[in-house]
Design a protein around this ligand. Structure first.
Ligand code: ZN
Length: 460
């Protein structure tokens, strides 16, 4: 049997990253992400996997984000007992993220049962906080650059991908072949993270993310954009609500706000970081000081920490988060999730959207079917907790804060190998991004490409 690769997620979508590699008589999964966004996609989280989880020999995680890792507790509940390899920083971030993901699933099920808006009675969580915690025991941390055995006949190496702390692209080696899974790739001009490492030479194939495949980021300085978009709202006493993922995105927003405040260009309005895991994430950035561009000594300072706006207030408890509903502007509230699908951001939006003085600032990719996408597209109403909420607040988006590279960055990365890969699989994108990337791969890299379907299998 020749080695094969089956695309179990992030195939013509940006979530649910999950690839099954069969090689050397073994089975390995690269990423076990949750699907998010459209209901049809989310339903896939409940689909049985096309293999017996108990028979998978090894799992590799490219980085901690839930759309790459959030299916792990379920995989383990379904019988997977083997090791789960990730980088050291990813292991620590997962310590925050997986239990939180379980907690969110439970909250949503509880809420749906209380309000009776679920079609399922009772609504059940995909997994619980306890399952999230249990999954952490399977994690096996590995250093960047050190080859490790995933399963008999399959070896792998992590290389920094510049996306978030701990993020890697993974080079797999089996039966004399080498295939890279990009995970998410960062840009080359990010204030916090360093750019991705070059792609190894002469690969048999690369799976590359195409999130922003159709777009070039606005290269105007991010701080200029932040100021221009937020200042009018703050000046009129409004509240700026920013849906942002607690790890990575929050860090970079606060970094830029701090720079603006230190330069005397931005008002010292309160910035509420409404995330139970926010402080812990900062501590992890401190610990891995050699993996990013920030000064580790300053990260430890309560007054000079570069990833805290001067006026940052940490909101940990749920009841304090609810009290923010009475907070008058000017103020900024940053809360997860980044696509406004779940988490505390949902009650902030419900509370702030009906007031035209407020501003919702979208700072990351908004997948089709998410509330964030509805807002971006200017829908007059969004559904939150089973209710129609009128959108009277302003909605603006900002480019350049993404932890993903734009299409120029991805092409630069794909072209960074001295000997180009033999084939490119375009994944982790929606139609527009995928077809734009495909064109560029043909025109600029002159390499064959393929856009796989969900559940499709390809020989390697
Ligand atoms: Zn990611």
């Amino acid at each position: 049997m020749p080695p094969t690769l089956q695309f179990l997620g992030a195939a013509k979508s940006v979530t649910g990253s999950k690839f099954l590699l069969k090689a050397g008589g073994s089975e390995a999964l690269v990423d076990v992400g949750l699907f998010q966004g459209l209901k049809d996609l989310r339903k896939r989280n409940w689909d049985p996997l096309p293999m017996d989880p108990a028979k998978v020999d090894g799992v590799i995680l490219t980085h901690a984000h839930i759309d790459h890792t959030g299916g792990l507790p379920r995989l383990i509940k379904q019988g997977y007992t083997g090791p789960v390899y990730c980088t050291r920083a990813s292991q620590e971030l997962l310590g925050l993220l997986l239990p939180d993901a379980g907690h969110l699933q439970e909250e949503e099920a509880r809420y749906a049962n209380k309000e009776g808006f679920s079609k399922h009675t009772p609504a059940l969580p995909l997994y619980t906080l306890e399952d999230g915690e249990a999954a952490l025991r399977s994690l096996v941390p590995v250093d960047y650059g050190k080859p490790f055995k995933v399963a008999p006949g399959i070896e792998a190496v992590f290389h920094p991908s510049g996306h978030i702390l701990g993020a890697a692209f993974v080079e797999t080696r089996f039966e004399g072949k080498r295939v890279v899974f990009s995970g998410d790739v960062g840009g080359y001009q990010n204030a916090v993270m360093r750019g991705p490492q070059p792609l190894p030479d002469g690969l048999d194939a690369v799976l590359v993310e195409s999130t922003y495949g159709g777009r070039k980021q606005d290269h105007r300085p991010v701080e200029e954009q932040l100021l221009e978009k937020m200042k009018p709202c703050l000046d009129r006493g409004g509240v700026v609500v920013i849906p942002a993922f607690a790890v990575g995105r929050c860090t970079i927003i606060l970094y830029h706000l701090r720079q603006l405040q230190d330069a005397g260009k931005f008002p010292d309005v309160p910035v509420y970081l409404d995330s139970p895991m926010s402080t812990d994430a900062t501590e992890i950035y401190c610990k891995y000081g050699n993996e990013h561009n920030l000064r580790a000594d300053l990260l430890k300072s309560s007054s000079d920490c570069p990833i805290r706006a001067r006026t940052t207030r940490l909101v940990k408890k749920a009841e304090d988060s609810k009290k923010l509903n009475n907070q008058r502007g000017p103020a900024i509230i940053i809360s997860a999730s980044g696509m406004a699908t779940s988490g505390r951001i949902t009650h902030h939006l419900k509370n702030r959207l009906p007031d035209k003085n407020n501003l919702v600032l979208l700072v990351g990719y908004q997948a089709v079917g998410t509330r964030g996408r509805d807002l971006l597209e200017g829908k007059p109403f969004v559904r939150i907790h089973g209710e129609q909420v009128e959108v009277r607040a302003e909605v603006k988006a900002i480019n350049g804060l993404s932890a993903h590279g734009d299409s120029d960055d991805i092409m630069k990365w794909l072209g960074s190998a001295k000997v180009a890969p033999k084939k490119v699989f375009l994944v982790h994108g929606e139609d527009e991004g995928l077809s734009a990337m495909a064109k560029r791969v043909t025109d600029e890299l002159h390499v064959p490409w393929h856009i796989p379907d969900y559940m499709e299998t390809q020989p390697l």
